[in-house]
Design a protein around this ligand. Structure first.
Ligand SMILES: [Zn+2]
Length: 633
């Protein structure tokens, strides 16, 4: 899915034949038919204005926000080119498999290209599922081709869509005409803006106003596998309205005409979020808004993707601001793009009222413990390398994650930005904070929908203008060090330290409940699946932990604990019993067709992370306080 493919060097003969002027003035007509979405096929028909001669069309490969060359070309099927009602043969480039060459005959001024996109049902090598029996998400990059060598800002598309009978839909694109409730033709817009404006459709659909009576408009569009799942509670609606107000107070400028949260609520699409300028494509479990444990784990999803409209879409690292979807991206600054967003995603979740201060602390304790005591991988891989390697790490298995290191530039950067926030506050005696950085970095050019690239030095220079400090060295150390633990300065300076007790961490508990997992990372040293497709499987073992030393490995299956059929409760009880006993915890595990008992010599009892006050002022609580007037009535 995230395999890195070596790009071809383009030869001059391959350059497409559409003059730039005609590409800019005459849009590509695109018709997308989602009628077969429940059968997991999207149909696409394009009409390109062309001139006779050689032409190469390409399929989007590097998708903005995914930071990877993962355009799912394997499921592009039924490709036909036609002109004046006659078939025009195409040939795939034998080095760049995303490029299709053809020759436009004399007399042909419009090339008709048709393709079907087959949607996968499971996440895997063929890309991500986007449709269920009742919900469909249309990222337009799945169904388009465009002339090779053109900037996506300069190719215009006039798109229309048809959805299944009785379904509703929403997108940030403006509708210019509509023949029925299930179809629409949208404004003519650049390919960049089209791909930046996915469409959400569904049989059960509900839209909520998030800034009623105000401009710009903000909406939450829910499509779910059931009617009840589209429902937002009064409290949730108030928190979302507060979120909109908090971003206004934080940035002072917005980079959209209106903003649409698209939220697909289904157990048949992987949980995910993808940022856009004027919308975001969010996908959560069907009961996300109904089950407090499910929502607890995803509380920052909408704030995170919303924050990206400023940080990621408007301001973007130069290496990720590529002119088209075929150019490779450089992702070393993802600790700003994603890391700062991760930090403000959770802070805005707290400022909006989604998270109470103690929930924010439990969340931070869980991630700090995981990054400090569950990451031997930091001994060989530094934080920046997790960003540079994103295109391979996104597809990595959970097995081995603690030794491989996953995409830690999300959560570890959160700790780094918290530390930066506390330093600015300290150095300016409370006059300035990281909020001022956001206002100056992201809060300019109100209304502008554009990309303003930046480099590492720009971040350092702006921080220095707020608070004089050796910011270059600050980031260098944290991006390139190997531990032993994760950066702890932010927690310390905000009044907190990590402590373990035998009381479950509430954030971990909610995740275990909603995801059917067991997390014993800080006692025996492993995680396992207690329900679902991979039930009983040990998902990861921390090298050097008691389980790791005993020879337990990811992929093995739990059968029994101390001679009795295992359940999460019996396993926890066994850990408690071993605390006052000399006997080891005995696990009977299945490894392929073989059974083996592993004796884990561990007597430390249950251990779960929490934050403990240092007795100094609670700066974390101060940072998490709402800034905008309360909108709740
Ligand atoms: Zn993100």
């Amino acid at each position: 899915m995230r395999n890195f493919l070596i790009l071809a060097a383009w030869c001059a003969a391959c350059v497409f034949s559409i003059p730039a002027a005609s590409a800019q003035t005459q849009p590509v007509k695109l018709e997308v038919d989602l009628s077969d979405a429940p059968r997991r096929v999207y149909h696409s028909k394009m009409e390109f204005p062309v001139n006779p001669g050689p032409l190469t069309l390409v399929y989007p490969k590097w998708i903005p926000g995914e930071h990877s060359p993962n355009g799912p070309i394997v499921d592009v099927t039924g490709l036909h080119f036609r002109g004046n009602d006659r078939e025009i043969p195409w040939r795939r480039d034998d080095v760049d498999l995303y490029a299709f060459h053809c020759s436009i005959p004399a007399g042909v001024s419009v090339l008709e290209a048709r393709l079907d996109y087959l949607l996968p049902k499971e996440d895997g090598t063929a890309g991500s599922p986007s449709a269920t029996a009742q919900v469909a998400v249309l990222p337009w990059n799945l169904v388009v081709l465009y002339p090779q060598g053109t900037k996506t800002d300069e190719v215009l598309f006039s798109a229309s869509v048809r959805v299944p009978a009785g379904w509703k839909f929403a997108t940030a694109l403006e509708t210019v005409s509509s023949n029925s409730a299930e179809s629409a033709t949208f404004e003519t817009i650049s390919l960049t803006r089209l791909v930046d404006s996915p469409l959400l459709a569904g049989a059960f659909f509900k839209t909520y106003a998030l800034s009623p009576g105000q401009k710009p408009e903000h909406r939450l569009n829910n499509a779910a596998d059931s009617a009840i799942a589209t429902t937002v509670s009064k409290d949730q609606l108030n928190h979302l309205r507060q979120l909109v107000a908090e971003t206004g107070a934080l940035f002072g400028a917005r980079h959209y005409r209106h903003y649409d949260f698209m939220l697909a609520l289904t157990d048949h699409l992987p949980v995910n979020g993808l940022e856009h300028h004027e919308s975001s494509d969010n996908r959560g479990p069907e009961k996300m808004l109904l089950d407090p444990d499910s929502l607890e784990g995803l509380m920052d999803l909408l704030p995170h993707e919303f924050f990206h409209s400023w940080n990621g879409k408007y301001r973007r690292p130069a290496g990720l601001a590529t002119p088209d979807y075929q150019q490779p991206m450089k992702s070393d600054l993802l600790w700003v793009y994603e890391g700062l967003t991760q930090y403000y995603g959770v802070i805005l979740a707290a400022r909006s009222g989604f998270w109470k201060p103690e929930q924010l602390r439990e969340y931070l304790a869980a991630i700090f413990a995981a990054l400090s005591d569950g990451r031997p991988g930091r001994s060989w891989r530094d934080l920046e390398d997790t960003a540079v390697s994103v295109s391979v790490l996104y597809g990595a298995r959970q097995a081995g994650a603690s030794w491989r290191r996953p995409v830690d530039y999300y959560e570890e950067s959160e700790l780094i930005w918290l530390e930066a926030d506390t330093i600015i506050r300290r150095e300016t005696r409370g006059q300035k904070s990281l909020d001022d950085f956001c206002r100056r970095f992201h809060g300019t050019e109100d209304g502008a929908i554009k990309v303003v690239p930046y480099a590492f030095d720009d971040v350092v220079a702006l921080l220095n203008s707020l608070a004089s400090y050796d910011w270059k060295n600050f980031f260098d150390e944290r991006l390139h060090s190997h531990g032993p633990g994760a950066p702890s300065g932010g927690l310390k300076q905000s009044g907190w330290k990590l402590a373990y007790t035998d009381e479950p961490n509430d954030h971990q508990r909610a995740a275990e409940q909603s995801e059917g997992t067991v997390d014993l990372s800080f006692s025996l040293g492993f995680t396992a699946q207690a329900a679902g497709d991979e039930v009983n499987t040990i998902t990861d073992v921390i090298p050097g932990s008691p389980a790791g030393k005993a020879g337990v490995a990811p992929g093995m299956k739990l059968v029994a604990v101390n001679g009795r059929k295992w359940t999460p409760d019996w396993l926890r009880l066994a850990i408690r019993e071993a605390k006052s006993s000399a006997e080891p915890v005995r696990l009977l595990l299945e490894n392929d067709e073989y059974y083996q008992t592993f004796e884990i010599d561990y007597h430390g009892g249950e251990r779960y992370p929490h934050l403990e006050s240092l007795g100094t002022p609670d700066l974390l609580g101060e940072i998490a306080k709402h800034r905008a007037p309360a909108v709740a009535k």
